[in-house]
Design a protein around this ligand. Sequence first.
Ligand code: PLP
Length: 419
Amino acid sequence: MPNHAKGTRSEVSWDPNSIRDDFPILARTVHRERPLVFFDNAASTQHPVAVLDAMDACYRRHYANVHRGVHRLSQEASDAYDAARARVASFVGAERVDEIVFVAGTTMAINLVARSMGESGIGAGDEILLTEMEHHSNIVPWQQLAARCGARVRFLPIRDDGTLALERLGEFLSPRTRIVAFTAVSNVVGTINPVTELVARAKQVGATVLVDAAQHVPHDRTDVRAWGADFVVFSGHKMLGPTGIGVLWGRYDRLESLPPFLGGGSMITEVTTSGFVPNLPPAKFEAGTPPIVEAVGLHAAIDYLESIGLERIARHEAELTSRAIDAMSAIDGVRILGPKAEQRAGIVSFVVDGVSSQDLCVFLDLKGFALRNGHHCAMPLHERLGVPSSCRASFYLYNTLAEIDRFATTLRSEIDRLR
Ligand code: PLP
């Protein structure tokens, strides 16, 4: 049994040092032998050997195109691809395996739904409700849709503490609201949104609901059926898996009635010179050669996450986050964006009086700390918070309390130096 799998799920704390050796990249150093502290997990996460090995074995032994050949390798690759879909389905609580559509990532999934919904009846005067804390990939596809069909995009405001102004929801929901799309967890302020409540309110006015779960699925247990939305989307590379694969979960009847977005191989049952008959979901939305080896990698990533337990990962990240917020708030001039630790996931964005976020992240990098600076693909949110950019530290299962403590000490000294 691997070290990390020992013990029970009810353990209050858990030692991430027991898994760090599973991630070869964490052993490397940067800038004159500084140990790497990787705090850029909201952008993309690192890979355990189990994921690298699974993908390597697929390329070395089982690789061929899928669902296209009777030969042995094609069958092995097809079996692996289908098994990955089944694994994702059980991981997020889907009712049916064919509710899982493999796409390139969250961005692709949202574009797919926005494009397809645009062809199925949204029109002038209709409204699309988003929130002020969305990632650009959950804003721009809807703005594009609105521009095509004359609909209006509205934004549910946030409060000053980075939580959604739920008390104002009634002003924004009406029978004109055709689509409500929102993030389960903000990729900047880390706010954990009340998904079930928001979905239920949107459903009262008959809206279609899409949940951007890019920052939720990797970090906490996700049950798409309990959420009650129509679509839930997320990316493999933010949950220990490879780039190039993501997931669109859709309720089967919604996927059935949605027109296909991309045309090509696999998404049809018949093509003639006068037209085509679309395939059933999920094939209907998977035109062309799919991300085969990436699906195998995602399968291995889910197995790895489950061997630890999403509950345990969530608890560990909560501990890291509250330690980070406590230590950082004690540093003069640091303003942490977003709510108190209990209301947020493992993401802490901040600004420092008189110091540019770019300069600070460059200097932190020289000490070995990988953070992101900029607007984190959320310009409207930064505008609302009154800052052009921020530094973001985001944590995952392999980060340690000792790393947080070292970070706080280094942050303090770098701020002193830059001032
Ligand atoms: N939505 C959220 C909340 C995100 O954090 C991200 C990535 O940072 C995305 C969407 C886009 O994901 P991807 O770049 O994998 O398509």
